[in-house]
Design a protein around this ligand. Structure first.
Ligand code: MN
Length: 406
């Protein structure tokens, strides 16, 4: 039976900066900052080890806005290693690494095909003689709202057909609504596999045909939790088999501890340490967000519960080991009613609580459109999840401030 095997990765964002965490030990921030490159090398190793027929990168390999030469040199190095092992590579560029967005333009070896800004067809014959038709396009700017999927079609001249698309599925709101498509759009094209990119959460959006987001190669922020990596895909005439390969050395997780009653700081710290140990025993390095839920504790003296103090005590606990578990964020959930009416903080809280992302965008528009403020294009592509974070952080801060008022 005819069969092909390939790697499918997307949203590498090589070299993209991570948020600076004030107290994160240098050993851990180094590990975090290198994690994207380490994961990328793992991917190249895997391609060689498995002798795959080809590799697909479905966009956002690096960030144009970072002007990151190092990321592009690393990518070029990886491509040369694949060239030495005669492994072809198919690349589309996405909204973060759009064509012409970088001045470096490093030459890639001959095994790499970069799709042009128009929807383009490429055909490949594998070492064992199977033919594969691939269809894709690269972004030529950072916003493409057009339904590019409408321009995809199958020539039907090969054993296998794959659509490569960097775009937004359905009405997902966590990333920009670029090159949107629905399952119906994909089905109508009759490809065997859709190699998707753009949404950073791993997702098999359809199995007939298989349409897959491998998700970001490493977790980029606290919203990108869990295992991160890429897929090893095996396609034959009737089936598609997906092997997820974990590549990220550091992962982001969130957890919650519910307190039915408050019995002092001893118990509080012990419970948290117990949770940290459980996570550490899994053997991964973890950046942890932890929520302490006191909403069932009616008579809590919230004025002595301070996130910063608890966090500080726990962060000092860390002993420089690798793998590590480090709490990057701690949130207290206090009983309803702590915010009573008649105080300006309560009013502010309500404003934050009901604010939509659209409203926030309008409020900050003088900033985002200001020439001086925005000269490094920092505000040019603020994603919804970041704005949602800002709102949530404001709410947490308001509750915290309220807790200190007597
Ligand atoms: Mn991306």
């Amino acid at each position: 039976m005819k069969s092909i095997r390939f790697l499918h990765a997307a949203d590498l964002h090589l070299g993209a900066k991570f948020r600076d965490f004030q107290n994160l030990p240098k050993k851990y921030s180094d590990l975090l900052n290198k994690s994207g490159y380490v994961a990328f090398r793992k991917l190249i190793d895997k391609a060689i080890e498995e002798q795959v027929d080809f590799v697909i990168f479905a966009g956002d390999i690096y960030n144009v806005e970072d002007k990151n030469l190092k990321a592009q040199v690393e990518f070029q190095k990886g491509m040369k290693r694949l060239y030495e092992h005669s492994i072809p590579v198919y690349v589309i560029h996405g909204n973060h690494d759009f064509l012409g967005g970088t001045k470096f333009n490093l030459a890639l070896p001959k095994n790499v095909h970069v799709f042009s800004k128009q929807v383009e067809h490429k055909q490949l014959t594998t070492k064992s003689g199977e033919t594969v038709e691939m269809v894709g396009f690269s972004y030529s700017q950072n916003h493409i709202s057009e339904k590019m999927v409408d321009q995809y079609f199958k020539l039907g001249i090969a054993d296998f057909s794959i659509g490569i698309l960097h775009g937004n599925f359905g009405s997902r709101t966590e990333h920009g609504n670029y090159a949107p498509f629905t399952i119906g759009d994909l089905r109508a094209k009759d490809f065997q596999y859709w190699a998707l990119g753009h949404i950073h959460k791993r997702d098999i959006v359809s199995t007939a045909p298989h349409a897959v987001y491998p998700g970001s190669l490493v977790g980029r922020n606290r919203k990108e939790t869990g295992e991160k990596g890429f897929y090893l895909v095996t396609l034959d005439e009737t089936e598609c088999h997906l092997d997820f390969i974990e590549a990220a050395e550091v992962k982001w997780l969130e957890t919650e501890i519910i307190f039915e009653e408050v019995t002092g700081f001893d118990r509080l710290i012990t419970e948290i340490q117990k949770k940290l140990k459980e996570i550490k025993d899994t053997g991964s390095s973890v950046l942890l967000e932890i929520r302490l839920d006191f909403s069932a504790c009616a008579n809590i003296d919230h004025s002595i519960l301070k996130e910063e103090e608890i966090l500080d005590a726990l962060q000092n606990e860390e002993d420089d080991d690798i793998p590590f578990v480090w709490i990057h964020r701690l949130e207290l959930i206090l009983p309803q009613g702590i915010l009573e009416s008649g105080h300006i903080l309560k009013d502010l809280y309500e404003v934050a609580d009901t604010m939509t992302i659209k409203e926030l965008r309008e409020i900050i528009s003088p900033l985002t459109s200001h020439v001086d403020v925005n000269k490094n294009a920092i505000f040019s592509d603020l994603e919804d999840d970041l704005l949602q974070d800002l709102i949530e952080d404001a709410k947490v801060e308001l509750v915290r401030q309220w807790g200190t008022i007597k």
